[in-house]
Design a binder for this molecule. Structure first.
Ligand code: ARG
Length: 703
């Protein structure tokens, strides 16, 4: 049996490191010793010949990497898929390998030009012949995998390589006899690791550490129970021996300098076909169209990066560059993914960037009914903040109540079909919900650059120092507040107790009194401390004028809660003249609605605090309807809650001393949101000063 096994090798007559096409070659140009290389190669050849027949392909001058016959092509039975090298440095090897295969009776398949695939370096048969593992990410293109499946009539499992030291699958992955697998998990993305773990049971997975991986321990030749490799650590040897393998080490250090070792230097030329198995590949591709300021808004880079970061690959089929500054560009991108699941993830993110199916492949959305109230079908599409349309019966329908993290539900009404974002708990039996990612598009604004600059927060453009940035934000927010108030618009404020502790209470009170705020959202604490300050002059027991803790001050807020409870509500306490100023006072006096959402840590709570969180969320959503701007003042919890309910297009200003909070909130991928890292009391004080300037007769005239 063993005597039937054949390998192909190529003598190292012209071997050298002549160029750099992988990280191992860096710094090694002409650094390998010819004599040592020859001696190491013959040693490997000698060992292999004891276990199999070794054929030789004649080496060619000028093609130093031809020794690495693993990259000649991929053999299964009488068929070979010839390599298409990515780098021109190796493309010249192709005809020599082709000739050898043809002369030896193989049926040779060749991939389309521009579709790289590097043979058995990137495609390894399960040693039981059950399927083919195929790598992509550096040398071979994911789109080559469906060809392998078709031509070799075998199931292909795509694995994405992510560490450039392990640029070929065979540098970090070695299927062994009896279903064992020797591999270096860190070289693969998490999706691929999951694929591996699903196919190979834990007892058969031999994961190696980096120290062995960089010695090319996975680049091993396996003939039955024999494993030939450059070098293995003692623990690795022990593990392999324990499961019945015999290890033969043979130094191949001269070839490591070119990024190869035992396996790379050989190609198994006999691979039996299992007739009962057939083609199967989960690679999917779709062509999408993107339009807009693809270059100057950075959309195209983001789109291509996200495809790759999520484990897919792409091909830009067409790119029409907008030539004028104000004209838009359009691109057609072919996206490939190793599975439908990955494809869905990629497409849903591309939809957020405004990508749509090409018109000729446009399809209606997929719908599935709600069968249990408050529960969506498993594969439901998760909504985003961007204005969305879905295609039903060939027509694009605008989704209402846009918000993120909801499902899109369709209901039939007397006025026709309605599509709207709904949170899961509101789904009703019988409603249809959008599943998968087909027939969905989001509308991205594509106004001209000029309009963008004048209408959005223009300081968003880079290069602004943080102090100057605070000033600029304040100026612009003041302008916006004025504009919105004059137009009868709506500003919603979310505020945390820090507003009161930092002395911002009087400024926020003033904004409310002067009609700049149309709704206030917060928790129990902002109201408690505001009223505490109003009645007792302290905030959390600290005297706000002198900045020192007063004796017994830590009980102040409980006394306040108790007082308000006696009156029944904040409004009643205001009417009774108990509360004479402050944020809550101004809300009551100026009929500005507020919602205080409770939490587990609330003392009291105040009678106004809504401890039923579902009701509180509903009230928040109601007060947020139609908002033009949201000022988020030092409250991570309430601001994140608000952010989730708010569609793109609403200006959001988030002020917090903690940069992490600001980043989390303002990083919505929409240009309307802006973060300011500063003390909120200071921010509010600057803001009221700025509003004063705007109202002074001098500036008013200028405006
Ligand atoms: N210098 C060669 C290259 O970068 C090494 C190839 C190693 N072969 C392999 N099957 N891993 O292409």
């Amino acid at each position: 049996m063993t005597s039937q096994i054949r390998y192909l090798m190529c003598p190292p007559d012209h071997y050298d490191v002549d160029y750099v096409i992988n990280p191992w070659m860096e710094g090694n140009i002409h650094k390998s010793s010819r004599d040592r290389a020859v001696q190491q190669w013959y040693q490997l050849h000698h060992i292999l010949k004891e276990h199999a027949i070794v054929d030789l392909v004649p080496p060619q001058q000028g093609w130093p990497d031809m020794v690495f016959t693993a990259n000649a092509g991929l053999v299964l039975g009488e068929t070979v898929v010839l390599s298409r090298f990515l780098h021109k440095e190796r493309q010249g090897e192709e005809p020599y390998f082709k000739q050898w295969f043809e002369e030896n009776g193989y049926k040779v398949y060749e991939l389309p030009k521009d579709l790289p695939f590097e043979g058995a370096g990137d495609a390894l048969l399960d040693r039981e012949g059950r399927w083919l593992w195929a790598g992509y990410g550096f040398r071979s293109e994911l789109d080559s995998h469906p060809y392998l499946a078709k031509w070799l009539d075998i199931e292909v499992l795509s694995l994405r390589l992510i560490d450039d030291r392990f640029y070929h699958l065979d540098t970090c992955f070695c299927p062994l006899t009896d279903g064992y697998l020797l591999y270096y998990p860190a070289a693969f993305d998490s999706y691929s690791n999951r694929v591996i773990e699903m196919r190979v049971v834990p007892e058969k997975r031999i994961a190696i550490a980096e120290a062995d991986a960089v010695n090319f321990a996975c680049n091993a030749v396996n003939v039955d129970r024999i494993v030939i490799m450059n070098k293995a650590s003692d623990p690795l040897k022990e593990r392999l021996v324990n499961v019945g393998f015999q290890i033969i080490e043979t130094p191949l250090t001269e070839f490591l300098k070119a990024g190869g070792a035992a396996k790379c230097l050989t190609l198994r030329a006999t691979e039996p076909v299992r007739e009962e198995l057939h083609a199967n590949v989960s690679v999917e591709s779709r062509i999408l169209r993107m339009e807009g300021h693809l270059l100057d808004a950075g959309l195209i880079n983001r789109a291509l990066d996200l495809i790759v970061d999520n484990g897919g690959s792409f091909q830009v089929l067409n790119f029409n560059l907008g030539e004028q500054r104000q004209s838009t560009s359009a691109a057609e991108v072919k996206v490939s993914a190793p599975s439908h699941e990955v494809m869905e993830e990629i497409i849903s993110q591309l939809i957020d960037l405004g990508a749509v199916d090409l018109p000729q492949d446009e399809r209606d959305v997929k719908l599935e009914p709600v069968t249990m109230s408050g529960v969506a079908p498993d594969d439901f599409y998760v909504s985003t903040i961007y204005p969305t349309e879905i295609r039903i019966n060939g027509e694009w329908v605008t989704v209402q109540n846009q918000r993120m993290d909801g499902a899109i539900a369709i209901s039939q009404t007397p006025q026709g079909l309605i599509a709207q974002c709904k949170i899961l708990r509101d789904l009703e039996v019988g409603e249809q919900v959008v599943v998968d990612v087909q027939g969905i598009r989001t509308i991205r604004k594509t106004e001209s650059r000029e309009k963008r600059n004048s209408e959005e927060f223009s300081f968003m453009s880079a290069g602004v120092s943080s102090e100057r940035r605070v000033e600029l934000v304040v100026e612009q927010v003041a302008w916006e507040l004025r504009k919105i108030r004059d137009a009868g618009g709506k500003v919603v404020v979310t505020a945390g107790p820090v507003v009161i502790h930092t002395g911002g209470g009087e400024h926020l009170s003033r904004l409310i009194r002067e009609g700049y705020v149309q709704a206030l959202l917060g928790g129990n604490a902002i109201a408690v401390h505001d009223i505490e300050q109003s009645i007792m002059g302290t905030s959390l027991g600290v005297d706000m004028k002198r900045g020192v803790a007063v004796r017994g001050g830590h009980r102040h807020h409980l006394k306040i809660i108790n007082t308000i409870r006696r009156y029944g509500t904040i409004a009643k306490a205001v009417e009774a003249g108990v509360i004479k100023n402050g944020v809550m006072y101004e809300c009551v006096k100026n009929n500005v609605p507020f919602c205080l959402a409770g939490s587990i840590r609330d003392d009291g709570p105040l009678p106004d605090t809504q401890m039923d969180l579902i009701k509180a969320q509903e009230k928040y959503a109601e007060l947020l309807k139609g908002a033009d701007m949201i000022l988020m003042l030092s409250s991570m919890l309430h601001s994140i809650g608000v952010g989730n309910m708010t569609p793109a297009g609403v200006k959001m200003v988030c002020v917090d001393i903690n940069p992490a909070v600001v980043t989390k909130l303002s990083d919505r991928g929409s240009i309307e949101s802006v973060g300011v890292v500063t003390d909120v009391g200071l921010f509010l004080s600057l803001l009221t000063q700025q509003l004063d300037k705007l109202t002074s007769p001098y500036t008013a005239k200028m405006g």
